[in-house]
Design a binder for this molecule. Structure first.
Ligand code: ADP
Ligand code: MG
Length: 403
């Protein structure tokens, strides 16, 4: 990697500000309902603590829009951090909380840290300067530390004060271990993939995914399409699809993508059968429809059908690299999650391939499928992983110090 890693830094007795992704879901009562994001950052925090750094953790939670919102305080994270750091030296007893992420109190607390101690800062987004990437706010954050580490891959596609601005006021800025892992897996997949390289793109809309489709068409051997965007592609091929989701203003870009695939010799596979529903609801009546004739008028497709599962699974079984973003159907409704689950299982069965899954809804569906532990790399960044696969430069990565 061309950027500094936390492994390149001399951390001993330094105040190290680590930008982490602690944007965890909270219940109405303020309890953490899923601590995956906190757990994924522990290796980086542990690494720094074991090297006698003074660790300062900065994160955002929710969308408080520049104001203090009590229900979006990061304070509940302290107890969970203590739990997860149990057994790491005596780090668990040494986690403090700063009630504001900048200003005199935070500065005093950071100056008083001893090596091996941790300070969690209050929600960065309680200040509008964070998302505005205000240099003054970034400078105040930088005043808390000697070194900066970014381990929040999921926030790296935004140039905010804590991901980009701060790097202008700190001597060295490095990638944390989770950030490094993301960049290694995603980077290798796009730049030097083992072949055959198969990408599966699903989700609701062509408009959300057209850029990643176009970027992947430059690299993959096969591109499999599923989810709601399928029906825009089918309409672009002249098939009518009843009440299925169709973006009529995207027929041209869908057609252009299929032409590009043909020019480049990329195998472009669309679903060959569909699970139709008579309404968008968990208790809808369903039928499987196949063939390239018009769909029954009053029905909508909400999942891929069994023949498509077979077709896609065979393609996945032959792959050496698989990148998957976007569910194959309305996977949040169990009646229409079968296709998505079957594709998750197809990835899991291919032990020889590097399999990478990204995207908020895709990762949630993957966890439901029960085979998440059989996937090589599950990206923690929804939007960030998509932008990375699109070939875009992530501002939070670009801002790190070159090696
Ligand atoms: P990710 O978050 O993994 O990038 P997306 O947000 O692009 O995935 O796609 C998930 C959304 O796509 C879900 O809300 C799901 O309901 C919707 N979706 C999938 N298939 C269909 C379909 N056939 N019709 C309508 N919506 C669909
Ligand atoms: Mg989504």
């Amino acid at each position: 990697m061309a950027k500094l890693s936390i492994r390149d830094l001399d951390l001993t007795a330094k105040r190290v500000l680590i930008r982490v992704d602690f944007n965890v879901p909270l219940s109405k009562e303020g309890a953490i309902t899923d601590d995956t994001r906190i757990r994924e950052t522990i290796p980086t925090i542990e690494y720094a603590l074991r090297r006698k750094a003074k660790v300062i953790l900065a994160a955002h939670l929710g969308r408080p829009k520049g104001k203090k919102v009590d229900s979006m305080s990061l304070r509940p994270v302290v107890a969970r951090l203590r739990m997860l750091l149990d057994g790491v030296l005596d780090a668990d007893e040494n986690v403090a909380f700063a009630p504001d992420c900048v200003g005199p109190v935070a500065e005093e607390m950071s100056n008083n840290l001893e090596p091996g101690q941790t300070l969690l800062l209050e929600n960065l987004r309680f200040h509008s300067g964070e998302e505005a990437n205000d240099p003054e706010f970034a400078r105040k954050l930088a005043a808390l530390c000697d070194l900066y580490v970014n381990d929040a891959f999921g926030a790296a596609h935004r140039a905010h004060a804590s991901t980009e601005g701060i790097t202008h006021f700190v001597a060295q800025s490095a990638a944390g271990m989770l950030m490094e892992k993301e960049l290694n897996y995603l980077g290798k997949a796009v730049s030097e993939p083992f072949r055959p390289f198969v990408a599966i793109i699903g989700g609701a809309k062509v408009s959300d995914k057209i850029e990643v489709i176009n970027a992947l068409l430059d690299r993959v051997d096969s591109l499999l399409i599923g989810g709601g965007m399928t029906y825009t592609f089918l309409n672009a091929n002249g098939q009518t699809t009843g009440k299925s989701l169709v973006e009529m203003d995207k027929l041209n870009v869908a057609k252009a993508a299929m032409d590009k695939a043909a020019e480049r010799g990329v195998k472009f596979l669309l679903p060959v059968d569909h699970v139709l529903a008579d309404k968008f609801a968990a208790d809808a009546r369903t039928q499987v429809f196949s063939g390239d004739g018009p769909f029954p008028e009053d029905w909508m497709a909400l999942d891929i059908g069994p023949a498509t599962v077979k077709l896609f699974s065979e393609e996945i079984a032959e792959a050496a690299t698989v990148v998957w973003n976007g569910p194959m159907g309305v996977a949040e409704l169990p009646a229409f999650a079968k296709g998505t689950n079957a594709i998750a299982n197809a990835l899991a069965r291919n032990n020889d391939a590097i399999t990478i899954v990204g995207g908020g809804d895709s990762v949630a569906a993957l966890h439901h499928s029960g085979v998440a532990d059989k996937i090589t790399h599950i990206s923690t960044g929804g939007g960030a992983s998509l932008e990375f696969l699109e070939g875009k430069v992530l501002p939070g990565v670009a801002a790190l110090t070159d090696k």
